[in-house]
Design a protein around this ligand. Structure first.
Ligand code: SF4
Ligand code: SF4
Length: 128
């Protein structure tokens, strides 16, 4: 991870079609943990478009301001952050039959190292 979709989302589907790794679920997906109508980024799948594009493609495609914001990298340093988010319902981390919950210690994901942690912590807009 990752990027994160906020309540500003208008469910237009533009982002999901652009994601190179199918990390974005619609509001109708059973695996989307949100009760409000908005799309959801699976943090265990998002690669921040590293090796696919210079910028996150979802944010480029999004027609709104503030629907797609930075989240923490999906790496072991943030294992507790994602585990706690899963408990709270902010995330729904995939459960693998043999490996268990696909937290960063099981499989970390690439992230854009140039993005300041302060932008991630404050969930700043991806599209500057
Ligand atoms: S940043 Fe890239 S990989 Fe992550 S959800 Fe957006 S389009 Fe998909
Ligand atoms: S492109 Fe933006 S507004 Fe449209 S579904 Fe994705 S996050 Fe929501």
């Amino acid at each position: 991870m990752a990027v994160y979709i906020t309540e500003e989302c208008i469910n237009c589907d533009a982002c999901a079609q652009e994601c190179p790794v199918a990390a974005i679920l619609s509001d109708e997906s059973e695996k989307n943990p949100y009760e409000t109508m908005r799309f959801y980024v699976k943090p265990e799948s998002c690669v921040e478009c590293v090796s696919h594009a210079d910028e996150p493609r979802c944010a480029e495609a999004c027609p709104t301001e503030g629907s797609i914001v930075w989240d923490m990298p999906f790496i072991v340093d943030f294992e507790d952050y994602y585990a706690a988010g899963h408990e709270k319902g902010t995330y729904q981390i995939r459960e693998h039959k043999k490996k268990g919950m696909m937290l960063p210690s099981v499989k970390a994901q690439p992230y854009i190292e140039d993005i300041a942690m302060s932008l991630r912590e404050s969930k700043a807009n991806v599209k500057a």
